[in-house]
Design a protein around this ligand. Sequence first.
Ligand SMILES: O=C(O)CCC(=O)C(=O)O
Ligand SMILES: [Fe+2]
Length: 562
Amino acid sequence: MRKDMNMDLNFNWTYLMCSIIVLNAISWTQAELFTAISEVEPLLETHKRIIDDLDDYIAKEEKRLITLKKHLSLYKREHEKAMEDIPNYLGNPINAFTLIKRLTTDLDFIESSIKIGTEYIKNITMNHDDVKYPALEDLTGAAQALTRLQETYHLDVHELSEGVLNGVVYSTPMTAGDCYELGRALYNEKDYKNALAWMTEALRKYREEKEPYHFSEIDVLEYISFSHYLLGDVRTALEWTKKLLVLDPKHPRAPGNIPHYQKTIAEEEARKLKRLRGELGDEPAEEKQAISEELSEYHKERKSYEILCRGEMDIPTEIAKRLHCRYLTENHPFLRLAPIKMEYMYLNPDVVIFHDVMSDDEIHFIQEAAKPRFKRAVVHDPKTGELVPAHYRISKSAWLRDEESEVIARVSQRVADMTGLSMDTAEDLQVVNYGIGGHYEPHYDFARRQENAFKKFSGNRIATVLFYMSDVAQGGATVFTKLGLSLFPIKGAAAFWLNLHPSGEGDLATRHAACPVLRGSKWVSNKWLHQGGQEFLKPCDLEYQDEGIVRKIPKPVPKTFR
Ligand SMILES: O=C(O)CCC(=O)C(=O)O
Ligand SMILES: [Fe+2]
C-alpha cells in the first residue's frame, strides 16, 4: 500500500514537473502568437506540415509493408515451387541465382527495411545462426555463371530475363531488382559489357513494373552511362548522363562528368584528325602482333570449345565411318560372362565410352560419401605445383579411397578390368559436382614437362577414366577441342582415353574441357591412372606423333618411376 502511494506521489511529482515545463512552453509560444490573429495563421502551416509529415510517414510505412509483403509472398511462392522438385528447381541457373540473391542482397534490404520501422526483429540473420547464408561472393559467382551460360550457349539476355530458354519458358521471369543486382555484381567484377546488358534490361523492367525498389531509375541510368564510359564509348556515356540529368538535375556526380566526357571526346577527335593528317606515328607493330597472335590462339580454342559445347560440330567423316561398338571380354575372365559394352567415339587418339559401368546404387553411395567432404575444386599452379582455386574450374570435389569402402574398391577394380591397366599407382577416386554454370575450361589431365605437379605420384597421368554419375538436362558435355568431339553425359557410363603417347610424352590432342551446366546438376568421378606399374602393359616407345608430325623424345623415360 505504502509502495503504491509512493508511486502515486512520485507520479504526481513527475506529472507536475512535466506540466509546468509544457505549460511554460505553450504559454510562452501562445503569448507571442495570441496578440494577433495573423500570428496564429502560420500555425495552420505548422499544422499542415504535421499532416503532411504523418501522411508521408504512413505512406512510407504502408509502402514498406507492401514491399515486405510482396517479398514474403515471393519467398513463399518460390519456396513452394522449389519443394515440389528440388533438383529440377536448383538445376535451373536462374532459380539458383535468384535464391542466392534472396538470401544476400534482398535479405539485407528486408532487414534494413524492418529496422527502420520497428526494433521488434533486430537482425534476421543473427536470429538464425544455425542455417547457412550465401555470401556476396556467391551472388557474384552466380552472376558470372549466368553470363558464362549466356555466352557459351548464345542465350539472349532479354529471353533469359523473361525466364525463357531456347524458346521454352522454364522459370519465373526475373524482376527489375534481379536484373539490377545481376548487373551490379558484374559491374563490380569489371565485366562492363554484360553489366550493361543487364542494366538495360533492369531499366526496361523498372519502367514497366512501376514497383517500389531500394534503387531508382537514376541509379540504373548511372550504371548504364558509366559502363559505356568504361567500355570506351564516351559519346554514348555522355548521352545517358544527359538523360540522367533530366531526371535529377542536382545529381552529385553527373554534372561534373559532362565536361569531362566532352573534353575526352574533343581529345579523341583531335587525335583522329592528327592520325588522318599523318602527324602521329603508328603503335609498335611487333608487340601488337605478339599480343594478337596469343589472343587469336585463345579465341580459336574458345570458339571451338563453345561450338562443341552447343553440340554443333560433327567429327570428321573419315573417322566417323570407322567408329564402332564392341563388347569387351578380355582383361578379366568375368568379362566373358558379363561383357562391357564399349563404344568408340574417336580413333587415334582413341576415346572410348564404356556403358553401364556404375550402378544407380553405387552412384548414390558415392554421392552421399562425397557430399560432407566437398571442397571447392582446385588446379595445379603450373609454377609452384601448389593446388589453388581458379575461375576456370568451378565445381566442388572430394576424394574417396579404396580402403574406406567396398563400393569404392569395387569401382577401382572395374577400372582395372575396363582398361587392362594396373591400379597400383592410381589416384583415389575424385568425385565432382558442378554447380550453377559449373565448368572446367580446356586443359590437359597430364602434367606438362615444365609443371611441378604429381611429385608424389609414380610418373605422369597415363590415362583418364571419367565416370558420368548423372545425366545433365542441358549442357555439361565433355569436349575435346583439338579433336572436335563432344561427349554428352550418360548416367552410369564412363569415358576413357590415354593422355600420354607410348613414349610417355603428353598427347596434346587430348586437350579437353567440361562445358558449363546449363540446366540440371552434373556429377562425375575421375580415376586417373599413372605411368608406374604399366611398363609391361603399355611398353615405352621412343617415337610419337603429335598433330601429324613424327617426333622423337629427347631422353627415354626411365623404366622405374619412383
Ligand atoms: O567433367 C567433365 O566432363 C570433365 C572433367 C575433367 O576434365 C577433369 O576433371 O579433369
Ligand atoms: Fe580433365
